[in-house]
Structure formats: structure tokens, C-alpha cells
Design a protein around this ligand. Structure first.
Ligand code: AQP
Length: 330
């Protein structure tokens, strides 16, 4: 029986944070044995914010190396670079034609990002979720493992699939988000009301997957908590709750077990241990990453073969879409 399809992607817009790892990449690895997984490096998405071309090239290879170092296996899943499969941009155009401005205007990510870059309010930032819908629908995706922040975009992808199917007959599978119970939204260490983001200007607000042990210890020590002094999983203590989610993701220990272990011990020991579980969780990934970045030929083989496979599936969908909307076959 054909395996169900999973699709997801990460933007090469800077060094990846432990938010990207916990909310997305770690789950990608767990899914590759049971599903037909397509994992993309979404460089078309990255240019919705100004990028320095040489950094974009470097970041793209770095995301690929991070995927592989985290345990993604190109024999089990398809790893590719979005711009290598032209069908993504083509399907976006068709989906733009059934997307409503009003719905795109309500996207919170657009509102937040446009507030941050008022001088660069480009049209691509506005249609970003349509490109994301094209990415997902292209592969007849069943499940999309994403962080909580992408829920609204997933809803749009579902709407567009249904709208297209209703207008032109059954074409797209309607995808479901896969959002985990804990760690779906890792928060900013300096401002636990906001999501941890790689493009934040304050480097103490995030931990990068490639941060060295001393940097991780320093950033965790500086993480904002509260004056309550109890390690309890509650919305009233967002900083502590966030550190507990991080601890849980790296150690596998349950939230209850973490509460029990640190009862009455204050925050010092807890923070030290949070830093240590992150350091030991990231160590093998960092070691493998260095080896991979030294082997550019291997990275090139992986992304070329991945694009070939993705292209084959993508073209099947695009041809069907073009036929349904009334384009003459070439
Ligand atoms: N803080 C987070 N907690 C949980 N999941 C997260 N993700 C991102 N941040 C967190 C998930 O990572 C995947 C890839 O995200 P992305 O890089 O494509 O875009 P993003 O969500 O915009 O991530 P950033 O770090 O905030 O990037 P910038 O700063 O460039 O905008 C997604 O599944 C996302 O949910």
C-alpha cells in the first residue's frame, strides 16, 4: 500500500534555532520511517525578507546539512531545494487566482512581519501563504508537521484545496497539520510572550542549533523567568514553562517528572540542567554537521537527486491542474 505523504520545509533565512528543531526538524526525523516524506529548504520563501545572495546560498546548504545531521536520511525521504522544482512557483500563480485578498490580509505572520519591515512591504510577503499552500498541495500531502505558528497558513492551504476541488473537480488532497502537544511553540528567552525566531536582533533571545556549550549555558542563565521560584508548568510562569518544554524535548522526560525533580530547588539548578540537556542533545548533530559541511559533493548529490524525485511528483500535479483550469497541453 502506498504510504501517506508528509511535506514540510524550513526557510534558509539564518542559523536555525532550537525552536526550528523542536517544532519541526525533530518531528521530521520521527516521521521518515512511516511516511513518504518530502522535506524542502524553502529558499523562495526566504526572499520575502531581503537576503544577501551569498548568505542565502550558504544558509541553504547549512539547512540541508542540518537536516542530514539531525538524522534525515535521503534513502528514506526526499530532501530538496524549493527553487529547483519550478512547479512550486507555477502552482502558486494558479492558486493566487483563487485566493482572496481579505483572507491573506488576516494572516498574523504577514501582519507581524510587515510591521517589522514597513519599508519592505513587498507583494511576496503578502502571498507567502499561497506559495506555502502550493508547496503542500503539490505532493498530495496528508500531513504537515509544523510549529504552532503555522496553523493559520495550514488552514489557508486546506481552504484553497477545497475551493479548487469544488470549482474544478477533485484534484488536491486536503492536508492536516501535525502539531505536537509540547514544544509546538518555543518562546523567546528574553521575552517569553513571543515566539523564538532566528531573525530576532537580540542573540540572547534564541539558541542556535550550532551554538557552542558556553554560549548555551550563558543564554539559558540569562533567560527571563520570574520571582515565584517554583518549577511549575503553568501559563502564569511563561519563562519557566518554556524552559520545561525545551527540557522535555531534549531529554524525553515528562513534564510531571521534571516538576517532581525540581520541586523546592529554585531555578539555579534547573537552568544549569536545561543547558546541559540541550548541549548533549545538540552535540552529535553539531559533530555530524561539521563533517557534512566539509563534503559539499555529497550535499550536492543529495539535493540534485531530491529535486529529481520531487520534480517527478510535482509535475504530475501541475499537469493535472493546468488541464483542469483550461490551459492547452504543450
Ligand atoms: N519558536 C518556534 N517554536 C516551534 N516551532 C517553530 N518553528 C519556527 N520557530 C519555532 C517551526 O520551524 C519550521 C520552519 O520555520 P521557518 O524557518 O520556515 O519559518 P518561521 O516559522 O518564520 O521561523 P523563524 O525562526 O521565526 O524564522 P524567521 O525569523 O526567518 O521568520 C516551521 O514549521 C515553524 O513552525
Amino acid at each position: 500500500m502506498a504510504r501517506k505523504v508528509v511535506f514540510s520545509g524550513v526557510q534558509p533565512s539564518g542559523g536555525l534555532t532550537i525552536g526550528n528543531y523542536i517544532g519541526a526538524i525533530k518531528n521530521f526525523v520521527d516521521l521518515q520511517d512511516s511516511y513518504d516524506c518530502y522535506y524542502c529548504i524553502v529558499d523562495l520563501h526566504a526572499i520575502t525578507i531581503p537576503q544577501v545572495p551569498k548568505d542565502l546560498r550558504k544558509n541553504t546548504l547549512e539547512v540541508l546539512a542540518t537536516y542530514l545531521a539531525s538524522g534525515l536520511d535521503p534513502k528514506k525521504c526526499t530532501l530538496f531545494i524549493q527553487s529547483h522544482v519550478e512547479a512550486h512557483a507555477e502552482l502558486t500563480w494558479v492558486l493566487n487566482s483563487i485566493s482572496y485578498m481579505g483572507q491573506l490580509n488576516r494572516m498574523t505572520q504577514y501582519k507581524e512581519k510587515s510591521r517589522k519591515s514597513e519599508e519592505n512591504l513587498n507583494a511576496a510577503l503578502f502571498t507567502y501563504p499561497v506559495l506555502m499552500a502550493a508547496d503542500i498541495l503539490m505532493y498530495q500531502t496528508e500531513f504537515v508537521p509544523v510549529g504552532d505558528d503555522q496553523k493559520q497558513h495550514l488552514e489557508l492551504a486546506r481552504d484553497l484545496a477545497e475551493r479548487f476541488n469544488n470549482r474544478y473537480s477533485e484534484t488536491f488532497k486536503v492536508p492536516e497539520p501535525l502539531i505536537q502537544q509540547f514544544g509546538a511553540r518555543i518562546m523567546d528567552l528574553q521575552n517569553p510572550g513571543d515566539k523564538m525566531s532566528k531573525s530576532n536582533q537580540n542573540e540572547n533571545s534564541y539558541i542556535l542549533m550550532l551554538d557552542d556549550p558556553d554560549t548555551i549555558r550563558r543564554k539559558i542563565r540569562r533567560a527571563i523567568t520570574d520571582s515565584i521560584g517554583e518549577v511549575i508548568y503553568t501559563d502564569d510562569q511563561p519563562g519557566i514553562k518554556n524552559l520545561m518544554n525545551i527540557y522535555n524535548a531534549f531529554s524525553g522526560d515528562s513534564i510531571d517528572a521534571i516538576e517532581d525533580r525540581y520541586r523546592g530547588l529554585g531555578y539555579g539548578k534547573f537552568k544549569d540542567d536545561v543547558a546541559e540537556v540541550i548541549i548533549s542533545g545538540l552535540k552529535p548533530i553539531q559533530e555530524r554537521y561539521i563533517e557534512l559541511m566539509d563534503n559539499k559533493d555529497y550535499l550536492e548529490t543529495v539535493y540534485r537527486q531530491g529535486a529529481e524525485k520531487a520534480q517527478f511528483t510535482a509535475m504530475k500535479t501541475l499537469r493535472k491542474v493546468y488541464r483542469k483550469v483550461g490551459f492547452i497541453q504543450k
